[in-house]
Design a protein around this ligand. Structure first.
Ligand SMILES: Cc1ncc(C[n+]2csc(CCOP(=O)(O)OP(=O)(O)O)c2C)c(N)n1
Ligand SMILES: [Mg+2]
Length: 314
């Protein structure tokens, strides 16, 4: 089954118009946006080690999903996972401390940007690693906590990993409460999806008899309304691939953007941030400055902390 969610069009301009958000949704979107921008700034100044992949442009995906997932559900995130974490916990200081290796780090500073474990939330930078694990957890949940589900985020490029298909097979066969969220931003590092994927994500899900839901909208309310009944079905053991057609606004990691200018321009034109500012200026400006200031404060606070003192022997 493939379902399509059409974007709402502004009757005057013909351009998709974003519906007004609840305050907490807007605040969360802005928190993720300013967190990611801050990270790139800190990396640019040489203040951070390791690497990072921001979710700039894709923030609305976990925000739309947030109220559809409960505390009993597991979330498996990937290398581009800061938004997933912030949508789950709202904990910018713990995440930034983790990335900076400072006191208060959510995993003692040893996980960094990509490897976080907190309660029922896990992320990994290894593509394709989490989906089979999520399938196993979904099987466990079906037996021990009926009604709970495992949600796993993967990118379009990750459909090149064979483990994805083993997991899809078992999810269908064993009717697992597994929600596979695909953030299809049309590119994997520097390879456009069209250059590496035969067929479609929908076709691949269909090959296993797994439901597929295509989201082309960037409107949080609309996305949520469309997904709500489908997520309820996942809880009853009907796995789902929810594919978001989205846009990576920033580089793959840091300073490694190989896309032609017109592709970057298209991502900017689709950016929810600019669109929401235009569609709802009063609402946008009421929160944008304060959330930006909040993130500045978090960054100053975390940067002033001593290093995290995690020890394997503790
Ligand atoms: C098994 C494995 N191979 C290669 C990499 C290096 N790598 C990190 S992200 C990435 C591209 C991922 O593309 P996609 O799944 O589309 O996610 P996106 O980065 O676009 O969000 C690659 C190849 C990796 N992390 N794991
Ligand atoms: Mg991608």
């Amino acid at each position: 089954m493939t379902e399509t969610l059409a974007p709402a069009l502004d009757p005057d301009t013909g351009r998709p118009r974003l519906s007004r958000l609840a305050d907490d949704d807007l605040e969360l979107l802005l928190l993720i946006r300013h967190f990611e921008l801050k990270l790139l700034q800190l990396y640019g100044r040489g203040e951070l080690n390791g690497t990072t992949h921001t979710c700039l442009g894709q923030e609305y995906v976990p925000v739309a999903l947030r109220p559809l997932l409960g505390a009993a559900d597991f979330v498996f995130s990937n290398h581009r996972g800061h938004g997933h974490y912030l949508a789950r916990f709202g904990d910018a200081p713990g995440l930034l401390a983790e990335i900076m290796g400072r006191e208060g780090a959510v995993c003692g500073g040893v996980g960094g940007s990509q490897h976080i474990h907190r309660d029922r939330y896990l992320s990994t930078g290894v593509q394709g690693e989490s989906l089979p694990v999520a399938a196993g957890v979904a099987m466990h949940l079906r037996r021990t906590e009926p009604g709970a589900l495992a949600c796993v985020y993967i990118g379009d490029g990750t459909w090149g990993e064979g483990a994805v298909y083993e997991a899809l097979n078992l999810a269908a066969l064993w009717r697992l409460p597994l929600l596979i969220v695909v953030e299809n931003n049309g590119i994997a590092q520097s390879t456009p999806t069209a250059a590496q994927m035969a067929g479609t994500v929908a076709g691949r899900a269909a090959a296993f008899g797994v439901d597929h839901h295509l989201v082309v909208s960037g409107d949080v309310n609309e996305i949520r309304t469309g997904l709500e009944p489908l997520v309820a079905r996942v809880r009853e053991g009907r796995p789902l691939v929810a594919e978001f057609v989205t846009h990576r606004l920033g580089p793959h990691s840091k300073g490694d953007d190989t896309r032609p200018p017109e592709v970057i321009r298209a991502a900017e034109e689709n950016d929810w941030y600019a669109r929401y500012a235009q569609d709802h200026p009063e609402h946008f400006h009421r929160f944008d400055g304060p959330v930006r200031a909040l993130v500045e404060g978090v960054a100053d606070d975390v940067a002033a902390r001593p290093p995290s003192r995690w020890s394997p022997c503790a």
